[in-house]
Design a protein around this ligand. Sequence first.
Ligand SMILES: NC(=O)c1ccc[n+]([C@@H]2O[C@H](COP(=O)([O-])OP(=O)(O)OC[C@H]3O[C@@H](n4cnc5c(N)ncnc54)[C@H](OP(=O)(O)O)[C@@H]3O)[C@@H](O)[C@H]2O)c1
Length: 252
Amino acid sequence: MAATPIAVVTGASSGIGAATARQLAAAGFRVVLTARREDRIEALAAEIIEAGHEATAYALDVTDRAAVDEFATAFRSLAVLVNNAGGALGADPVATGDPADWRQMYETNVIGTLNVTQALLPALTASGDGTVVILSSTAALSSYEGGGGYVAAKHGEHVLAETLRLEIVGTPVRVIEVAPGMVRTEEFATTRFRGDTEKAAKVYAGVDAPLTASDVADTITWAVTRPSHVNIDLLVVRPRAQASNTKIHRTL
Ligand SMILES: NC(=O)c1ccc[n+]([C@@H]2O[C@H](COP(=O)([O-])OP(=O)(O)OC[C@H]3O[C@@H](n4cnc5c(N)ncnc54)[C@H](OP(=O)(O)O)[C@@H]3O)[C@@H](O)[C@H]2O)c1
């Protein structure tokens, strides 16, 4: 009997990562959940096992290269890596934005993705049929006021995805970039505004049905379950009420 294919999901302790872990497990992958908050990924792994699927949890900070390398030693063969860990910090204009926020966003979104992808690429290649997913954002494709540091970091992830795809063509690994627009997750906007739930709520105010974590997990799961020769290079997904990063219909 063939072994169950393994999918590693970073940032699986909340939002899109948690929803993706649930859906990939239901699609037949043994999911390996990683994030810094161990209690949350352990609880989610237990929930997935309870539902009759396979899951394990491994606490990991994607910016810690030594820890990422240690994590990667567990894999000789890997089917799917979902680079989802990331997020935004602040919404200040370029004129006053804190360089520390910019640095941290670059470190988590770009270097974190680079660390995990580099460390697991040998196992993805060894599988004979690997998939790297990079969760960027529509912020990876165009700018918006107050988005500078996040937009710069997500553009960095977009470039990483495009460059990697060029460099490894001919190997049995595909690179899929999923770029969501507005997704209402429990923590994304609250983290961005450092716990200010009022400011966070304003992001979604009056928007008829922002995407949910489950909507994005659905697009990721669809993309990675296409036949091996089909590469969804870039999948942009937005709520119907959002035509661009700045053109959002609000009923206020
Ligand atoms: N929500 C949106 O509107 C939206 C739109 C487009 C793209 N995205 C992108 O989608 C991804 C997930 O967003 P989300 O909305 O689900 O946000 P979220 O609920 O805030 O989840 C972020 C996840 O990243 C993990 N994380 C953060 N820093 C980490 C680190 N250094 N090491 C390991 N894990 C880390 C967090 O886990 P721990 O804190 O436990 O480590 C958490 O699981 C992000 O890359 C985000 O930029 C979000």
